[in-house]
Write a protein that binds this ligand. Structure first.
Ligand SMILES: Nc1nc2c(ncn2[C@@H]2O[C@H](COP(=O)(O)OP(=O)(O)OP(=O)(O)O)[C@@H](O)[C@H]2O)c(=O)[nH]1
Ligand SMILES: [Mg+2]
Length: 391
């Protein structure tokens, strides 16, 4: 067959980002931080960010998310900024999305759709793809507008899933679409259930072997996979300065000391405003956490929002019913902590003076640099101690 050449140069989508800072918000996240994170998500999805705007409101407008004046302002930006899509920093209701698409005349995405899109890009295993497809279908169902284009996206490469023969008498297009998506959801759930059972069989076998399982958890981009790589010396582990580099759990055997093997599992990272569909769809994956003997929480201590990120992870673990799991916290990337003159340390010992200040809020936390392999011996020792206490 003759080889075909395609141009790889595609115009990136130009994204305009819109956030709302709730004036009475209690969770502590500033609208600016959340928008910065949305910009990272947009870039990870392959878009170019051409502008951002933040509006302070008591609560998002039920019809248009932002206020009327803001809608007009964003509309007028289209001439100056030339955006090809608008991304909102919260999950929109289906009617908000429709209103905004009508107002702006371009595609409107919300944070959830963007995260789902990145997950779809990242899914490598069959299980990962099934889970993402389920989350996407659940997200899509209430948003169907009776257009085939929506279903084509769902159907993937093969195009629209056979319209002929499935249409019932008197059924409108949108009812048919909904019925197809519901059928697909049922089928995906069945397949995921099979995967889940396989996983639990495998986990039970592991348990019989008596080797403790340590699961890495943490905010996306905290350095979980880098730590996995450092502890296993396995260069196959995928590390990337992008959000949600890891999607599928990966388990490897490590030795905490000569006599103590353990299994280390790398997992998907958490993020604030994690779409509920995703948490539900990733139940099979997240059950890895429930069966772990210990959770190793990796925090990027150099991130300006490190404390909030850490709280978000703890809250997500609580939502998953995992508050009581034994855990150890590793404060990562300490090689990037600069002193007053902007100098970064050359060794962990140079940071010992700050140890107390850095771990003040999390007693027992271990300072590490996964990248420079600092603090790993102490970390393994602390893991052994924690496992001994909780076994
Ligand atoms: N300076 C420094 N950078 C680090 C360290 N650990 C990780 N990084 C960098 O942080 C980025 C994210 O690392 P990953 O290991 O992919 O993070 P992750 O937590 O697995 O991220 P997700 O899989 O996306 O949730 C990469 O660019 C790493 O090189 C560290 O100790 N020091
Ligand atoms: Mg990772």
């Amino acid at each position: 067959m003759p080889r075909q050449f395609h141009s790889t140069i595609e115009e990136p989508e130009k994204a305009y980002l819109v956030g709302v800072q709730r004036t009475g918000a209690r969770d502590g996240w500033r609208g600016e931080s959340s928008l910065d994170e949305l910009a990272l998500l947009a870039r990870t999805a392959g878009a170019q960010v051409v502008g951002t705007t933040l509006q302070r409101l008591d609560a998002p407008n039920p019809a248009t998310y932002v206020g009327k004046g803001k809608v007009d302002e964003i509309k007028s930006r289209r001439n100056t900024d030339g955006y090809t899509m608008v991304v909102l920093d919260d999950e929109l209701s289906p009617s908000q999305q429709t209103h905004l698409e009508d107002a702006f005349g371009v595609k409107v995405l919300d944070r959830t759709a963007l995260i789902l899109d990145i997950f779809a890009m990242r899914a490598r295993t069959r299980e990962g793809r099934l889970q993402v497809e389920l989350a996407q279908s659940e997200y899509l169902l209430p948003r169907l507008k009776g257009q085939w284009s929506h279903l084509e996206r769902l159907g993937g490469r093969s195009g629209s899933p056979g319209a002929i023969g499935v249409r019932g008498p008197g059924e409108t297009q949108i009812e048919t679409d909904r019925r197809l998506v519901r059928k697909k959801i049922t089928k995906l759930k069945e397949e995921i259930e099979r995967v889940r059972q396989q996983r639990s069989l495998y986990r039970r076998r592991r348990q019989r072997e008596g080797v403790p399982v340590i699961a890495l958890v943490g905010y996306t981009n905290a350095g979980k996979s880098t730590l996995m790589r450092a502890l296993t010396r396995d260069s196959d582990v995928f590390v990337q300065d992008q959000l949600f580099a890891t999607l599928d759990p990966l388990t490897r055997r490590i030795y905490l000391d000569d006599a103590h093997p353990a299994l280390l599992t790398d997992t998907v990272g958490f993020i604030q405003k994690l779409p509920t569909q995703l948490v539900a769809a990733f139940r099979a994956t997240l059950e890895e956490l429930a069966d772990a003997s210990l959770l190793l929480h990796v925090v990027d201590i150099t991130h300006p929002d490190a404390a909030l990120q850490s709280q978000t992870v703890e809250q997500t673990l609580a939502d998953l019913g995992l508050s009581d799991k034994p855990r150890l916290t590793a404060l990562n990337k300490v090689d990037q902590i600069a002193d007053a003159d902007g100098r970064t340390p050359n060794s962990l010992e140079e940071l010992s003076a700050f140890q107390g200040a850095l771990t003040a809020n999390i007693p027992g936390a271990v300072l590490i640099s996964a990248e420079r392999r600092w603090g790993l011996e102490l970390l393994k020792q602390r893991l052994l101690e924690e496992l001994a206490v909780h076994s």
